[in-house]
Design a protein around this ligand. Sequence first.
Ligand SMILES: C[S@@+](CC[C@H](N)C(=O)[O-])C[C@H]1O[C@@H](n2cnc3c(N)ncnc32)[C@H](O)[C@@H]1O
Length: 319
Amino acid sequence: MQLADSKNRLHTITLKPGGEFHSHRGVLRHDLLIGAEDGVVVEDSHGTRYQALRPLYADYMLSMPRGAAIIYPKDSAQILMWGDIFPGARVLEAGVGSGGLTTALLRAVGPEGRVHSIERREDFAEVARENVETFFGEPHPSWQLSIGDFQDVAPTLSPEEPSVDRVVLDMLAPWECVDSAAEVLVSGGVFLAYVATVTQLSRTAEALRDHGEFTEPYAWESFVRPWHLEGLAVRPEHRMNAHTGFLLTARRTAHGTPALTRVTRPAPGSRLEEELNHPDNEGFGGSGGDWEPQDLGERGVAPRKLKRALRDIRQGRDR
Ligand SMILES: C[S@@+](CC[C@H](N)C(=O)[O-])C[C@H]1O[C@@H](n2cnc3c(N)ncnc32)[C@H](O)[C@@H]1O
């Protein structure tokens, strides 16, 4: 249960018959809450009042014991929408970390769907299993957890034919998983990666383009700015979380059908030098990894435009 006092200070407790919640103010007997309606107000031994509510998914997520960093609710909400996680979907996820995102995926796919999570660290997998089972109150029938690297485990799942609708990756090097994701994804399936840095974002986007059977990657980040609501002081909160991560999606094209995209130059440094200078990549390498202004998005400025700018400045000065 989540207990909130009159100043909205929160405490999360697990109820046990005969159990007690001790705060510096007093003692609250769990038996007052067991069997009570959701949202009741109870009093501890010193008369401090608490409103008691069952935690929502977001409450659970934020108070969940964790080893690895979790995906925050603002990002898992985006993942469910833009990863197109639908009831009945077959989702392959890695890594599982503390099980935060897994819980959201399991709720979204429902009893007809499947979530298969792959985690390379056994100790993290154990924490995730405990968190997921605590949230659902029992082992979830639609969940399977495998220990290993995504790149190794994914291709063994159904080697005869692709059997995954969505691949969701939250790990340091998702670009290393692009080939195996492409193998297991059904045609039209969604690839989604959540990464913390622009370097990871760039490498993953380049790997998707390199593969050739993914649509042009789409990347974004989201900001949530909470608001303070008190009397006439209705304004944004002074503090907000300025950075969590970036999201990147692309769709798998029909197996064997290259993506219909414009040819873009790969970013220097995104690949090994030998690869950039390989004869097959003629036109992309050649400069020994040096970058050109266009690589960073700079567009040439037409001399006419410069002339016009100078004319405008001089005319303004004369006036
Ligand atoms: C940031 S955590 C994931 C957190 C998780 N999404 C959550 O909400 O709790 C990243 C995890 O990916 C795992 N990992 C990294 N690379 C992996 C790979 N190639 N295959 C499987 N797991 C991997 C790490 O061990 C780590 O547990």
